[in-house]
Design a protein around this ligand. Structure first.
Ligand SMILES: N[C@@H](CCC(=O)N[C@@H](CSS)C(=O)NCC(=O)O)C(=O)O
Ligand SMILES: [Fe+2]
Length: 246
């Protein structure tokens, strides 16, 4: 049967995090992946997966999050057989570590990994359908590398404004202009953007690199409240929380 994409955008309001569910409805087992699940909303996500009759194969992270604990460890505990995913460059522990150019298959569909470091050293963007004729909307899941009319901060976890600028310009702004971009967070009420929209309207990344660096050095953001708990937990994909929460 031909691949048919199911797509859901889910929101966790305390950390303003987006989680994405994708599945191949054309596959007999309706194989599915979750991108960036949050520990607090794992039960909601699992219920949805079951209600839709999907078989979750991968629980994926775009990076080691600093503001919330990933749901990937809890999902593994509650749904045996699901594999956690994170980038090799993050140096975090997962069942499956990915590098630039890798493809994560679920049924006949796949997500291609693009290394987009700069917010953190191990950030990746997951891109659907590049280089294929798969008849579904072209989408990229940028994590915190690119936010809608914004971008991730670069002041911790190996962050680098130079690297982020290069990543966005070489790996995201080179994607087709009509490709839909789905970020890891939104703090302003946006849900989706496009490559073409960000190339024209992103208030940080449309500037030259020196101006961008200056903007990033003067964001004056407080450190995320959960950072000291979240980062060590997310280095093992949330697994250390399992015993207390299941
Ligand atoms: N206030 C929040 C943290 C907000 C924050 O720092 N967000 C990050 C993404 S989560 S690592 C970010 O990069 N923001 C960029 C921006 O321009 O807002 C908390 O305490 O958790
Ligand atoms: Fe982040």
């Amino acid at each position: 049967m031909a691949a048919r994409l199911l797509f859901r955008q889910l929101f966790e309001k305390e950390s303003s995090t987006y989680t994405y569910l994708l599945a191949d409805l054309g596959h007999p087992d309706k194989l599915a992946v979750l991108i960036d699940p949050v520990d607090r909303t794992v039960d909601r996500d699992i219920t949805l997966v079951k209600e839709l009759g999907l078989k979750l194969v991968y629980a994926m992270n775009t990076h080691v999050h600093a503001d919330h604990v990933t749901g990937t460890g809890l999902i593994k505990a509650k749904m045996p057989g699901v594999k956690s995913v994170i980038s090799k460059a993050s140096k975090a522990v997962a069942d499956h570590v990915v590098e630039h150019g890798d493809k994560i298959y679920f049924g006949d569909l796949f997500l291609e990994v693009r290394a987009t470091p700069g917010h953190t050293v191990g950030c990746v963007t997951y891109v659907t359908g590049v280089g294929s004729d798969q008849p579904y909307p072209r989408m990229a899941f940028t994590g915190d590398a690119l936010l809608i009319h914004g971008c991730g901060r670069t002041d911790f976890q190996g962050g680098s404004s130079h690297q982020l600028y290069q990543s966005v310009h070489s790996q995201i702004f080179t994607l087709p202009k009509d490709m839909l971009l789905y970020p890891g967070h939104d703090y302003k009420g946006f849900t989706v953007t496009t490559v073409g929209e960000e190339i024209v309207y992103n208030p940080r990344l449309t500037k030259d690199e020196e101006t961008f660096k200056d903007i990033m050095e003067n964001l004056n953001l407080a450190y995320p409240k959960m950072m000291d708990v979240a980062v060590p937990s997310n280095m093992v994909c949330g697994l250390q929380d399992i015993i207390s929460k299941v």
